[in-house]
Design a protein around this ligand. Structure first.
Ligand code: ZN
Length: 132
């Protein structure tokens, strides 16, 4: 079972909590046990799990990524978004979350974030449910 989430980003860099959208796919599919594979089919975005309670964590993480990978006019890629490509690889394009009794098994403070590094854009996230 494969579904796509649509994510509309509004900033160049942004973390968007997609936990409830992913959970909705599991609930609608009536999947009790298994795993959820979340995949981002983009080269300047990614997906990550981190704290969803305090929005300052997201702000700080974006600041840290920007400090680690500044925009640099000396990068060769003509599109001018090499920093976004690098951040995408740092975060990664996919993750697995176990599902138990119809719920994502996330820690109390954990949330699934779509990571935008070259927005604003319309993005897609593939959600593959693996029952078992
Ligand atoms: Zn590019």
């Amino acid at each position: 079972m494969l579904k796509y989430l649509n994510v509309k980003t509004t900033q160049r860099t942004e973390l968007i909590n997609i936990t409830s959208q992913v959970q909705k796919e599991i609930t609608e599919a009536d999947m009790e046990q298994g795993a959820c594979y979340v995949f981002v089919p983009h080269t300047t975005a990614g997906v990550t799990i981190n704290e969803g309670a305090d929005p300052s964590v997201q702000t700080d993480m974006l600041a840290i990524f920007s400090r680690l990978v500044p925009k640099d006019p000396q990068y060769r890629h003509a599109e001018g978004n090499s920093d976004a490509h690098a951040k995408s690889s740092m975060v990664g394009a996919s993750l697995f979350v176990p599902v138990h009794e119809g719920k994502l098994i996330l820690g109390t403070w954990q949330a699934i974030f779509f990571a935008e590094f070259d927005g604003p854009r319309h993005r897609r996230v593939a959600v593959k449910l693996i029952s078992g």
